[in-house]
Design a protein. Sequence first.
Length: 405
Amino acid sequence: MQLQFLTLSHANRLGLIFRTAVLLLPAVTVLVVQTNRVQAQIVISGNENKLDIRSGEWVPQFDAEPDSLTIIDCAKFPPAVQHVTGVANSVIGPPSNVAITPDGKVALVANSLKLDRDSPGGYVPDTLVQVVDLTRQPPQLVGTAETGKQPSGISISPDGRLALVANRADGTITVLSIDGTDVKPVQTVKVAEPAGEVSDVAISPDGKIALASVTEAYYLRLLEIHDGKVTATDRKLSVYGKPYRTVITPDGELGLTTGSGQGAPDADALTVVDLTADPIRTIDFVAIGSGPESFGISPDGNLIAAMVMNNSNVGDDDPTRTESGLLMILARRGKTYETVQQVPVGRIVQGAAFTADGKFLLIECYGDRQIWVFRVNGETVQDTGHRIHTPGFPSSIRAAGKPAG
């Protein structure tokens, strides 16, 4: 969810975020997180309770239950589900603040804010990425790594040795080294001025470049990666509106970001960047509906599932309010995409993720505290009617990649 902080004051961490305990919630289907993950189709949702945004306002919940993760295995239908509590995360920022290492053993979860009763809004930026060991039963929080202010989108390199974290409140990217569950900061890269709000980052499949979305300055910044070091180049790519969620296609040919313009009910757009061109450049804008929050891409890169607010996130007294968000399915056509399907879904949509085998699509409906499960049929999706109820507001989502071997 997009938000600009009114204050960046420092505050002591509050115990209610529960960073050090990971407990299995009762009354859930037990999911065995496999050490041999060849058959598993894992998707992780981050669920926040610290803020309630259903009214169109940002309301701190000082006495709420702790945040949680929902771990879903879609290897069989209906999926197996496990809820793990005590892992802080946030609806503030694109729904890409959860990432999974290529071997499927470790999850990184950014927490962009923490509650603070003394701040004007009731919250301030955090500087925390948590490390969750997925091989344990139940999965456990085993460490943390410090980042810049308000860590948001995360991208992990194809070899699993580096993670890039977009720090929205200070215009930087933190580079984390990964060695099993040992995760630590090794570099800070300035991408933009703090007011530019660096929201998300995507690493190419060959691990050589990355794209960072500079939301409030309306561009993507091209980064280069060499021998574990990240450099911000001078190249700034034009985009439609305010770029937010950012992805590079699995074949490495296209960079994609969605942006919002001047506000609903105007149509917004997907920006397409040709990464094979010399120089790299923006080549297309694809209309995508009003208020794209995030999008997921299928493992083969042929489908995009875009989550469009459709004014379902505004207050009851707003005449443009609707009671449903939209799931927009776009299919690849050469070096661009076109819309092939539109499906009404729940209110205040967040993230979308395809399973590694491409058979299922999972989407988050924040307002209903539900994850909807769709079956993929060629270039369209079919609602299975299956709903996964989460112990908090589902705010971020990521699927594990295809297991090696």
